[in-house]
Design a protein around this ligand. Sequence first.
Ligand code: ADP
Length: 797
Amino acid sequence: MKDRASTDRPLAAPLLAGAAMAAIAVFGLVKLAARADLPPQHLARTIVALDGAAVRGPSDIRFVLSRKAIGDPVEIRFAPGGPGPDVVNDVVVPFYARRSFPLPLVLLGGVSFLAGFAVLLFRPRDRRARIFYWLSVCFGATVVIGGGTYGLQGRTVHLLPGLLFNIAYPLTLAFLVRFAWSYGPSRPSRRLALFWAVPAGLGVAMASLFLAAELLPSLEAYRLREVLKHGLRIYVVAMGVYALAEFGRALKTTPSEEDRVEIRGYLVALALGLGPFLAFNQLPLALSGRPLLPEEFSLVFFLMVPIFMTMAILQFRLLRVNIVFHRGHVYAILTFFTLGLFLLLVEGLKLAFPRATATGNVVLTMAAAVLIAVLLSPGRRRIQDAVDQLFFRQAYDYRRALQAFKAAAPSVVEAGRLADLFAKTLAGTLRVSRTGLLLDGGEGRTGELDERAAAALAGLPRDAVRPWARAAAVRDARDLDLSRDEALAAAGADLVLPLPPAAGAPSGLVVVGPKSSGHRLTGEDIDFAAALAGELAVNLGRIRIQEEMIYEKASREKTEELVRLKTEFIASVSHELRTPMTSLRGLSDLLRSGKVDDPAKRERLLGLMAGECGRLGRFLTNVLDYGRIEAGARAYDLRPTDLAVVVREVVDLVRESQAEGEARVRLDAPAGPVMVRADADAVRQALLNLIDNALKYSPDGADVVVRLAAGPEAATLAVEDRGIGLEPGDRERIFEPFVRCEGAAARAPSGVGLGLRIVRHIMDAHGGRAEVESEPGRGSVFRLVFSGGPAERATSR
Ligand code: ADP
């Protein structure tokens, strides 16, 4: 930002130069009052020569007159064939005797000079203010002198205003562009020479021709200058448009909000000042040769330019005049232009249909209105959008951000996610260094809000209507509560908003930190934060209500599941009791009938009976144990135990109770003792449950292997089968109570789903773990791992 840099160049030279220009302009005014004209009665006829020199039109006449003083004699020759004599001798009269003196121009020039001086004096070190100064004095000189041809009238000094005009006019536009540049990214200085060469060249050429015309004197030189003036007009229009475009570009790209407010000021100034002049005077003049408003009247609007520009450039640092350009103002200006366009169309249509009658005129007017409507209506939204983007970039961005949040929030189902989205939107749009959310009722704080900050804000009432702000951090304190400055400072916040109430939403605070740019928060910023907070509250409420509904549904399902489990449990228990009872009755009947004589066979049947009784007993133990486990009353008596002994007992017991053809239980255990700290009864129960399952869920006759292994770290007891196996999703689930897998019920109708639950509980109590490794259709390995080295287990208490 090289243009923003301060400069130490002395003020005296530019001030002196400006003063000199002002003095020449005033001198020019005096000379302008002495401007000569032909007596009005001669103007109706075509003049072909003045004082013997041939003239071709008003411009030539102006040149001849510029060399005369009021009261000088003049010889006028008319085109032959007129009503009077062809040659008349008369004296020249004052030009402004009949016309009004161009006072609007004088006023405008004066205001421009004043604006330039004011800005330079108030901001002497600002480079941008210097550019503005030169722009103002060049513009002022140009409009005051107004191009009126100042003649020699005998003295060379009278040429000064004309000379100044010729040079200041092109320079004005160059300074305007330079000024617009000062708001955008800096330009390469290489082409700067060319940039100045054009207006300087134009100025010097025009001034030289002017001097040549007046001093030689030479009508040809004067005519040449008139031609060059057309070139100058093109340059003026091109640079004017370019400057506007540059201002527009700067408005879009500059990161500084204060710059933006200034630029908006210039754009409004140019629109208000130049707009009417172009729309009502120049454009109709160019199109139909007839202005809608006289030039003098249109020029009054020019006054807006220096006034608004000065206000814009000075407002922040000095006058703190807060001109806020509301959308309405801009739309009003647009309407204004629409009106101009309408009048222009009417003129155009009249031109196209010159013989229109009175009724025809009405038709034309209506046609113009319809045409305007047709022309503007499709583009209306676009125009509005473009205007919004240009002038209300920020409001536009805010509206977009709010809409985006509104669109995205309803699909967020989690309060935390929503808070993140909120923080991202808020911080990203306002460009603040931090944001935070302090929600009451368990949700806690989010964002960059530490505990200290939360504590500092704890005392703020959540039902407050106005947001709190720090006085130094906001540009406009309307509708804000500035009384909690200290709390906000302690929390590192510039602005804190109470979360607006919404159905289901918790109360809370939205915390907004300082802007990254260091600028203060505007009313627009705060309105945006408030609107966003409103959306947040509504959606937080929605999420809370949704969560409650989901919770309710889940608990209802849980209850239904419990009822179902209970029914199933009762059915399973009856079944579980009936099967061994039936087989016991059958066996005892068989023994009592005396039909079994073979003692070995009797022994075998008694073994089976014992086995059934054992299974029945184990089932009852499981059910009772489950009750104890749930009540937290199951106790274990851990003491050094030889696992090898326990395992052998269990395997023997199972083998005894097995009928012919049932799966064979094999044992693979070390010969010596495997000592662990354990509750022998509990281990027996766990192992029996596993073997029961292995038998139940394997095809008849398939082997079941019980393996005991003692490692240095842990003793492992494994039960392997080649049964139906388990789906991966079931491997953890089966340790929960009442869970039975789908295939299990088909394979073995008995079972209530308590065995593994008890196994896990037992292993947890032993500080070990129960695991399963399984593949569907291939079998399973259930492992009981007793952690800690067996030796250590045995000796430690
Ligand atoms: P139950 O055997 O009484 O149904 P468990 O808690 O002992 O209850 O077992 C729970 C479920 O785990 C069983 O219903 C069965 O689906 C599955 N399961 C247990 N052991 C095995 C195994 N060895 N092979 C296949 N599935 C098994």
